[in-house]
Write a protein that binds this ligand. Sequence first.
Ligand code: 4NP
Length: 147
Amino acid sequence: MVCLGNICRSPMAEGVLRHKARELGIRVNTDSAGTIDHHAGEPPDRRAQATMVAHGIDISDLRARQFRVSDFREFDLILAMDASNHADLMAMAPDQEAKRKVRAIMELVPEHPERSVPDPYFGGDAGFEHVFHMLDRACDRLIDELR
Ligand code: 4NP
């Protein structure tokens, strides 16, 4: 799961997917990263953590890191939160195999009106709740695909 800072959207996405996989007994190696290193080492934004706790999910153990080229080898699927993250990842991809692993997360929910998960960082709590519901739907689809 990849966003810009790895403190709001992508750790929430990782938390939602990890939670669903655990509940269903599906083994999947989850991780998240940001395209920038500005928040590296930080826990998720407190508003992201609070929104997740309100939905019964603890992401306090997660720590931000920057996406690295080796992630293209390490992971089978790399989900970008928005079009800008997607473009940054495609520009970093060393070959076609790496490019094929990159998808926009909302491609999983084609009927949803929004193609990108909006950055909630500069907004209020409602933005985080909206992000949660988008990620919840996308991760349900991903779990269906994994099964
Ligand atoms: P995220 O949100 O990409 O969902 O983690 C942001 C976090 C930090 C910044 C921007 C977006 N920032 O500019 O520091």
